[in-house]
Design a protein around this ligand. Structure first.
Ligand SMILES: NC(=O)c1ccc[n+]([C@@H]2O[C@H](COP(=O)([O-])OP(=O)(O)OC[C@H]3O[C@@H](n4cnc5c(N)ncnc54)[C@H](OP(=O)(O)O)[C@@H]3O)[C@@H](O)[C@H]2O)c1
Length: 374
């Protein structure tokens, strides 16, 4: 792929769609002043703080929504209300649309719009931790262990801090959504929790239950990895583990559909309850060969998921090159940011972040750059 990466002196205009939300506010803080010309946030409401960069009040769910974009702008999308038509417009204007969604159907709709637009800009999806860092870890396991035929990605979320409304709604909505996965070359339609496995999220502790869940990595990485029998499966666990067991029980009782249909109201109700559990985010990626022997395993552990996600999104947006004509209209974060760069971006805000699993040199501790007010 013919791409030139931006240097630290290149400056860009960054739009944050959903910039007043939990992740958006943190992304704003992670964009160093020396790298951005201007930051513009977009949402239906007004920012709560008086000291805020430029803000546009707009309902992005409108079908005719449009923004005054310029070539080279980065548009970070943090709301699944944004229609694919805005991806089309962004790309036609030569800008880069950076998406963080984990929902397979939404990402596939954005990808179709990107292919239809056919440049000169592009869609850069899977920015964040899951998807995002997870893809980079999976790519490294497969690169280092080329015999890998099945890759399993498991994320454990500590419940000490509430996620934002959109992220909570995403979780609930997906409890009732079946999803496609390719298993040994055959397409399978799965329900959340239908697949279950145990993962070593915690050093020296027994492996913990995780539930098969519709993360977009399953389709994106299955396309990316060569070989017809490539299987990529994603799992979700909650910490404390009794919360995972409770979700598994609800799914067994058939409550997934009800929770999914009422995701909006249920999410608002959940966010009013007190948070509990540790503030940790853990990822385990492991590979298996054709004979079901383990080829490799990588583990990542850090603190609060929202700020880790924001750190990777900001780093991805700033690493995104202005595309050369030979490149395709769809890239993922793993195409522009290395695993070590993503871990360094997280370490700049969470120095305790650790990547384990014999993957070579650990990245140097990053120092936070000067931040945009927000
Ligand atoms: N890749 C990852 O690791 C990862 C992890 C977590 C989250 N995420 C992504 O981050 C997104 C945001 O999560 P969050 O926790 O920050 O949610 P949040 O706190 O609910 O923020 C959502 C933002 O979107 C805005 N919004 C919602 N509907 C809108 C509309 N129709 N028009 C314009 N703006 C609208 C909201 O403001 P108003 O209500 O004022 O409009 C708010 O600013 C999620 O949807 C998910 O895709 C990715």
């Amino acid at each position: 792929m013919n791409m030139s990466r931006p240097t630290t002196t290149d400056k860009t205009r960054v739009w944050i769609l959903g910039g007043t939300g939990a992740v958006g506010r943190q992304v704003l803080r992670r964009l160093p002043q020396q790298r951005v010309v201007e930051v513009i946030t977009v949402s239906r409401g007004a920012p709560a703080k008086a000291a805020w960069p430029r803000h546009v009040q707009m309902d992005l769910s409108q079908p005719d929504v449009t923004l005054p974009l310029h070539r080279g702008d980065r548009v970070i999308n943090l709301t699944q209300r944004t229609p694919p038509s805005l991806v089309y417009e962004t790309i036609r204007r030569g800008a880069v649309f950076v998406d963080s969604s984990a929902s397979p159907t939404y990402v596939q709709a954005l990808r179709r719009a990107a292919v239809e637009a056919a440049g000169p800009g592009y869609l850069l999806d899977c920015a964040g931790v899951a998807p995002g860092l997870t893809n980079m870890m999976a790519c490294r396991v497969v690169e280092r262990h080329p015999k890998t035929r099945r890759t399993e990605i498991a994320v454990e979320l500590g419940l000490s801090k509430h996620a934002g409304l959109a992220a909570t709604e995403w979780f609930l909505r997906n409890l009732g959504t079946s999803y496609d996965a390719t298993i040994n070359g055959a397409a399978r339609n799965l329900r959340p929790g239908e697949l279950q496995s145990r993962f070593p999220f915690h050093d020296g502790a027994p492996a913990r239950l995780a539930l098969g869940f519709p993360f977009v990595e399953q389709s994106v990485l299955a396309q990316k990895f060569p070989g017809p029998s490539t299987t990529v499966l994603s799992y979700l666990a909650l910490d404390p583990p009794w919360a995972t067991a409770a979700v598994a029980r609800l799914l067994r009782w058939g409550a997934g559909g009800v929770l999914s249909r009422n995701a909006d109201r249920a999410a608002r109700w959940l966010l009013r309850l007190p948070a509990f559990g540790p503030a940790s985010t853990r990822v385990v990626v492991r590979g298996f060969d054709r004979e079901e022997r383990k080829t490799g395993e990588l583990r990542f552990v850090t603190g609060d998921q929202t700020s880790a996600t924001a750190a990777v999104i900001a780093a991805t947006a700033l690493a995104a090159p202005v595309l050369a004509a030979t490149s395709g209209p769809v890239l993922t974060a793993a195409d522009v940011l290395t695993l070590d760069e993503a871990v360094a971006a997280i370490r700049a805000v969470q120095p305790e972040a650790r990547l384990e699993g014999g993957t070579g040199a650990e990245p140097a501790l990053g120092k936070p750059e000067k931040e945009v007010a927000g």
